[in-house]
Design a binder for this molecule. Structure first.
Ligand SMILES: *[C@@H]1O[C@H](CO)[C@@H](O)[C@H](O)[C@H]1NC(C)=O
Ligand SMILES: *[C@@H]1O[C@H](CO)[C@@H](O)[C@H](O)[C@H]1NC(C)=O
Ligand SMILES: *[C@@H]1O[C@H](CO)[C@@H](O)[C@H](O)[C@H]1NC(C)=O
Length: 854
């Protein structure tokens, strides 16, 4: 070591002599009278990291550290991220005047343009040097003193968006440091972004991902092996993970034991944590973990006492002994209100129900005691009335220590694999009903006695299976996961939670999660389909849409099906198409047309759906002869069904789907005239580039398109809501909305409906084919819902969850609709201000102009 040091000082001396002040040195060290400028750099002695000026956008310059030999230029630290330099030739990077930090200054004027934060412990050194270490840490230290405790300043104390091996994420109380990651503003802008990943040291420490002041995701507390919410953390010999928590500091860190592995953790500019490893063979970064990954990673998805499970449908379940606080919202898959206790605790006979496979609840208001056993923990929690649950604090070596929760239990989720035990407090009656651990011996209940034996025998493990069985009606495992549960050297490791070191895998194959190979979706043979449709002969044609033609046929001996032959410009590869179809096949709802199979051969892409006897809604609704089939009850049923199907697409599926082409011809009716939405996955199948928030090509059907979508190509769930609103008004009135370009309000359905509504003559809109049997309330409710959905401003429109709620309530409270998009009709009410009217006119003029230009 001293040899290396001597070599360094020697080399530094050589540099001073040879190059003078502003040299283009590639040493790893500069002294107080040297600087870096232009394309000069510092290179770490191991040749891994390089420090110098860079520009991400060609105009703003920054001092940063990057991997020297990685072709995909990756910055791990940026000095002046908030104060870019505009004139590279005048700028220089050097040690600050006091010798205890680094600065960027104007070479000519010596004016400091940026200066690094100093820590409290900084002092003034005699002979400071700045050195770029082999782990990417830029340090300022006294020359000759290489002890890592004596750095005057180090970049590792002021991370940018990247956590490198050896860096610490968290707190050093003595130095007043909170080291956290903060995202770049965008890929081209390293200035501080909205997203941060910070360790919270309160209670049982855990890390949170923040979007400014809002928590997005939490890692779950460190349980001695891993973060409780990161079950993927599994041991290998390549990476060691460390979590330290004591009076002086609380931090998380990791070390790479194999020098050929280059690993980093970042918060990216769109708010995701990502862990990457460099793959030499492919010369690219391989993403092997990211978060938030699914619905259940969103903080508060299922509210207090709710348990999120991505394999469940719905994903939110109440903890046993609890019921939804707001059942209506809960049934609409809006779980954030959470659950409330069915039976009050009495604080003397209460017991505990073990929940298996859990991500521990949010843990900032907890009490941690490393000395207590799990049994003592149970007693402690039973005694304190405000304690709501407990768990082991360290599961790295069996169970040790105790954590008690004192608040509502928040943000729990269940893992099929990789979770841990948590004990929730329940009333004695619930324990008797559901099984579990009685706190008191007093009960004569057999289960209770058994439980106590269970505890004595080591934690009541025997009973856990029963509890778990009662709690989750699990779906079969679709994705199988390989996992090594034994942490390396668990037995040799210290039991001390405060000083433990844990290892997890960098090698897990995450790609499997994206390919649900086990999902059954029959692949049909192209020849069989061609035969069944008489080579796609017109006589079997049911219809034609933007995505291709639909044929009715019976393939081999099967049932009658509808075959959709996609037009050939989907721009999608075969594998991509299959994956997409598999995903869509997983969407199952009684108001969605069921996908039965598909066929991909050569450049043919065919989808096979269940056949709908009454074909599409428009063929009935707008037909003089058939429209009387749709009495009011049926129409109302159709409206509610479409609403439920759309809610499912928007909220329930893992990959929220925006339909983008909802219209009467895409609603199919089965034998009992139940509505089923079709074409719901088309937006995904057809060109992903169109699924960006701003589309280049507007797809959809005029007359159903929301103004912001038609004009600016902006779409969202709310543009589907607009189309739904149009559909509702069409179903009520039996009239087709011809689009928004007819000045005559009789032809513009929305304007017409709006006008009648304002005049208090809503019922006049009702289709005469409905007859006399209808509920006035329901009709008016539907018209109002329809108008609330077609409001001009997307933010005013209802969410589908509110639509379903309103439709299913007897007397819902509903806001008053503002002007619908392209509502013509003169304002009748005196309170309609003239400015509102002007605004409407302007919008219409813009629209007309746009149409003319087409
Ligand atoms: C940049 O700095 C150099 C050297 O100090 C100076 O000659 C030049 O005028 C500066 N350019 C601008 C645009 O200020
Ligand atoms: C951020 O990470 C997520 C998850 O890996 C990824 O989908 C997204 O594209 C990333 N954003 C950027 C700007 O790289
Ligand atoms: C319960 O524990 C909390 C947190 O430690 C404490 O503040 C409270 O005083 C305790 N209550 C009782 C009755 O012991």
């Amino acid at each position: 070591m001293s040899g290396v040091a001597a070599l360094h000082s020697c080399f530094a001396l050589l540099v001073i002599i040879t190059f003078f002040a502003t040299s283009t040195t590639s040493s790893d060290t500069i002294s107080a009278n040297q600087s870096i400028s232009g394309d000069g750099t510092l290179v770490s002695a191991n040749d891994v990291f390089e420090l110098g000026f860079f520009t991400p956008d060609g105009t703003n310059y920054y001092v940063g550290i990057w991997y020297k030999n990685i072709s995909d230029r990756t910055y791990v630290w940026v000095a002046n991220r908030g104060t870019p330099l505009t004139n590279l030739s005048s700028s220089a990077f050097k040690i600050g005047d006091k010798g205890n930090n680094v600065v960027v200054l104007n070479q000519a004027t010596n004016i400091v343009l940026w200066s690094a934060n100093q820590t409290e412990a900084n002092s003034s050194p005699v002979n400071p040097v700045a050195q770029l270490l082999g782990n990417g840490n830029l340090v300022v230290r006294e020359e000759g003193d290489e002890s890592s405790n004596n750095y005057l300043w180090q970049s590792f104390d002021f991370p940018t968006d990247t956590l490198l091996p050896d860096m610490k994420l968290g707190w050093d109380f003595s130095q007043g440091l909170d080291r956290f990651l903060n995202s770049w503003k965008s890929l081209q802008d390293p200035s501080p972004g909205d997203f941060s990943f910070k360790l919270d040291f309160h209670g049982y420490p855990e890390a949170f991902l923040w979007d400014n002041g809002t928590k997005l995701y939490r890692s779950g507390p460190w349980n001695g092996i891993r973060f409780s919410g990161v079950p993927e953390m599994v041991s290998t010999s390549d990476i060691d993970f460390t979590f330290i928590s004591n009076q002086q500091q609380v931090y998380y860190s990791y070390e790479v034991n194999n020098p050929s592995i280059i690993s980093r953790l970042t918060v990216n500019s769109t708010g995701y944590l990502q862990r990457f490893t460099w793959v030499e063979d492919s010369q690219s970064w391989s993403l092997f973990w990211y978060a938030p990954k699914d619905q259940c990673d969103n903080i508060g998805e299922c509210g207090p006492y709710g348990i999120c499970d991505t394999n469940g449908s719905p994903v939110c379940n109440c903890t046993v002994g609890f019921s939804p606080k707001n059942p209506q919202a809960w049934n609409l898959r809006e779980g954030s209100d959470g659950c409330v206790r069915d039976k009050k605790l009495d604080c003397s006979t209460d017991g505990f129900l073990p929940l298996k496979g859990m991500k521990l609840p949010e843990s900032s208001n907890t009490l941690v005691d490393m000395e207590m056993s799990l049994q003592d923990c149970q007693k402690g929690c039973a005694k304190n009335c405000s304690c709501t649950g407990y768990s082991s604090a360290n599961i790295s070596n069996g169970e040790a220590g105790c954590v008690m929760w004192f608040d509502d239990l928040l943000d729990m989720r269940h893992y099929i694999d990789g979770g841990q035990d948590f004990y929730v407090k329940l009333s004695a009656a619930d324990i008797a009903a559901y099984g579990g651990l009685f706190a008191q011996k007093s009960s004569s209940n057999r289960l209770g006695t058994l439980s106590i034996v269970g505890i004595a025998a080591g934690g009541g493990v025997l009973l856990l299976a029963l509890g778990a069985f009662l709690m989750w009606k699990r779906k079969p495992l679709v994705i199988s996961r390989a996992r090594n549960t034994e942490p390396r050297g668990a037995l040799e490791r210290s039991q001390d939670f405060l000083l433990n070191e844990v290892v997890f895998s960098s090698k897990r194959d995450y790609s499997r999660e994206n390919k649900p190979e086990d999902l059954e979706l029959p692949l049909f043979d192209f020849n069989a389909i061609a035969l069944a449709t008489k080579n796609f002969c017109d006589e079997n044609k049911l219809g034609q849409g933007g995505f291709g033609c639909v044929y009715k046929c019976r393939i081999e001996e099967g049932p009658v099906v509808a075959v959709k032959r996609l037009s050939k410009n989907s721009g999608q590869g075969t594998e991509e198409f299959k994956n997409e179809v598999r995903l869509i096949a997983r969407l199952q709802h009684r108001n969605l047309v069921r996908l039965i199979g598909c066929c991909v051969e050569l450049d043919e892409k065919i989808l096979i759906y269940e056949y709908m006897e009454h074909k599409s809604l428009d063929s009935v609704l707008f037909s003089k002869t058939k429209s009387s089939m749709l009495n009011w009850e049926r129409r109302f049923n159709i409206i509610c069904g479409i609403a439920r199907g759309l809610l499912y697409l928007h909220q329930d599926s893992r990959f929220r789907i925006i339909h983008r082409d909802l219209k009467a011809s895409n609603i199919l009716l089965d034998g009992e005239l139940n509505p089923k939405i079709s074409d719901f996955g088309m937006a995904r199948i057809f060109g992903r580039d169109q699924i960006e928030a701003n589309t280049r090509r507007v797809v959809g059907t005029y007359g159903y398109m929301a103004p912001e979508y038609a004009m600016d190509g902006l779409f969202s769930e709310k543009s589907d809501v607009f189309s739904f609103g149009v559909l509702v008004l069409e179903i009520v009135s039996g009239k087709k909305n011809r689009g928004f370009y007819y000045a005559d309000s009789e032809l513009n359905l929305l304007g017409h409906a709006c006008k009648l509504w304002k005049e208090g003559k809503g019922l006049e809109l009702l289709d005469s084919a409905v007859g006399d049997a209808y509920s006035m309330n329901e009709v008016l409710k539907c018209i109002q819902v329809g108008l609330l959905c077609v409001q001009e401003h997307a933010e005013d429109r209802l969410a589908m969850s509110s639509v379903v709620l309103m439709l299913s309530s007897e007397n819902p409270t509903m806001p008053h609709p503002k002007n619908p998009g392209f509502c013509l009709g003169r304002p009748v009410e005196t309170d309609s201000s003239s400015s509102k009217h002007d605004e409407t006119c302007t919008v219409n003029q813009v629209t007309v102009t746009m149409l003319d230009a087409r």
